[in-house]
Design a protein around this ligand. Structure first.
Ligand SMILES: [Fe+2]
Ligand SMILES: [Fe+2]
Length: 308
């Protein structure tokens, strides 16, 4: 029994479609009926472009299918629809269900293991609340105030972070950190429910954003260097809350994410595997986790050398 995970297929991006198709074809010829597929966010693009089509690419997966949304899946143009909360709570779960996918943010999965016991799979968009950023490490008050201001408005030196535009609320300004805290509170509740369930013998947590600094640091393009950029990049890469939730449960064996578009894998002292799938706009791969046998990763599909 394996849990197949991929992330950041960005199927609404025209350059990604052929690569996703190749990746999906590989899943379909290797997966078995008791396997589980989880798409860990950034499946499509703004306003659901490519989302349904992408879920359709995985329709013939023989086992249970699940997903968590990424920030790009949560993007809608301001004024279209009813805002991000509604999109998250009502629209995305409905689209997932229509295509035979369980949105893990709504409810976790319980899957029987072949040699007894059961695997719980909890998941969430996760989001970010800037807690992964070590603002205190910055050398000057000017640097600190620059980064804190960037977190408030989403503008940082050479680029604008689009989440600040495409996450929105009809009733006023959107609070990205508050949204993340809501996501992780639900994740905590779900992981606790699995932890307290005697039938559950192992837990996987799958989020879009990261929960461990070692799976989001050292981007090969230097996105997290120099230090000021580092603090900014880490701030929007995830939240320490995901990591705390994972470490509060002794049944958690795997914590997987995407979002930063660079691959990382860490084994902690308790033997938990933390993995960042690392797909980007041009290259994709899958991760297959066997609760009894560890993690296997595929080759890159698409342009293996592409860094973004
Ligand atoms: Fe992405
Ligand atoms: Fe993302």
């Amino acid at each position: 029994m394996r849990v197949w995970i991929t992330a950041d297929v960005h199927h609404g991006n025209p350059g990604s479609k052929g690569v996703t198709r190749e990746l999906a074809g590989h899943f379909l010829s290797n997966a078995e009926r008791d396997d589980v597929l989880v798409l860990a966010g950034d499946i499509g693009e703004i306003d659901g472009i490519g989302l349904r089509e992408c879920l359709g690419e995985f329709a013939r997966f023989p086992g249970v299918k699940a997903l968590v949304p990424g920030n790009h899946d949560l993007w809608t143009h301001p004024g279209s629809g009813q805002g991000t909360w509604h999109h998250y709570r009502a629209v995305l779960p409905r689209i997932a269900a229509e295509h035979g996918f369980q949105m893990l943010d709504v409810a976790p999965l319980r899957v029987a293991l072949p040699h007894g016991g059961a695997l719980g799979i909890a998941g969430s968009y996760g989001g970010y609340d800037f807690t992964m950023a070590d603002v205190g490490a910055l050398a000057s008050d000017a640097d600190r105030s620059e980064v804190l201001q960037a977190f408030r408005v989403g503008r940082f030196r050479t680029f604008v972070w689009s989440d600040y535009t495409f996450f929105w609320d009809r009733d006023g300004a959107f609070d990205l950190a508050d949204f993340s805290r809501s996501c992780t509170a639900k994740l905590e509740q779900d992981v606790r429910g699995l932890q307290d369930d005697p039938a559950i013998t192992a837990i996987a947590i799958i989020t879009h954003t990261g929960g461990h600094i070692d799976v989001v640091r050292d981007h090969p393009l230097g996105l997290d260097k120099p230090l000021v950029a580092n603090v900014w990049f880490h701030g929007v890469a995830g939240t320490v809350r995901i990591g705390e939730i994972a470490m509060e449960s002794d049944k958690v064996r795997l914590v997987a994410c995407g979002h930063t578009h660079h691959d990382r894998e860490v084994l902690d002292e308790a033997g938990r595997c933390w993995i960042n799938v690392g797909c980007n706009y041009s290259r994709k791969r899958w991760v297959a986790w066997d609760p009894a046998g560890g993690v296997q990763v595929s080759r890159w599909f698409g342009d293996a050398a592409a860094m973004w």
